[in-house]
Design a protein around this ligand. Sequence first.
Ligand code: HPA
Length: 246
Amino acid sequence: MSYDLAIIGGTGLYQFPGLENIERTAVDTPFGPTSAPVVSGTFAGRRIAFLARHGEGHSVPPHRVNYRANVWALHHVGARRVIGVNAVGGIRDDMGPRVVAVPDQVIDYTHGRYTSFCDVDGAEVKHIDFSEPYTASLRADVLAATARAGVPVVDGGCYGATQGPRLETRAEIARMRRDGCDLVGMTGMPEAALARELELDYACIALIANWAAGCGDEAEISLPEIFENLRVATAQVPKIVAAMLG
Ligand code: HPA
């Protein structure tokens, strides 16, 4: 079975709005259970697959997501182009709450996660080229779709992947800014690298939920505001996907 696109939904995106003729598949993987079943269906007249990264009831925190199982499962069911939707904090001045961004670089600060399919005894050792962590053609398709859909977007930026589940200190964000990070999130890695190992096309749609620690005017980051900002930004995703598939 093949798909025109697969979506991995992050915080705030647990089901794909408008998906029809839904079929749910629990995929057995060599790496254990996925966060949720793969939900297949039609959207804008095309077949897409959807997987909720944190589980459909948001029960899996970022550092415990079974990234290998999720990515392997999507590949196994026949997906070849994958968009990861990720809630993030904004660091760069033009990356404020509710902004949608399509990053083009990554710095990985996570630890203790399974970062490769080669972690299994006897597996072929692969050193993937990851100079460009996102697939250029898929990024270009996402960006062209945002233009057609009239969704404002920031093209490019460096995604700093932190371990979570806690938010960062101001000093950590100041360091990340010095490192060149424009966005901070907890789930961008190792997902992107695992997708590359399986030769999937992969791009990220980053939804900015809040100013990262010390970047906005507020002394503290409020969770209700995060969720409201995310709700607004998440509503843009089906518009972008419809324009991509249309
Ligand atoms: N930091 C890390 N991950 C996030 C943030 C943040 O400020 N906001 C949403 N996801």
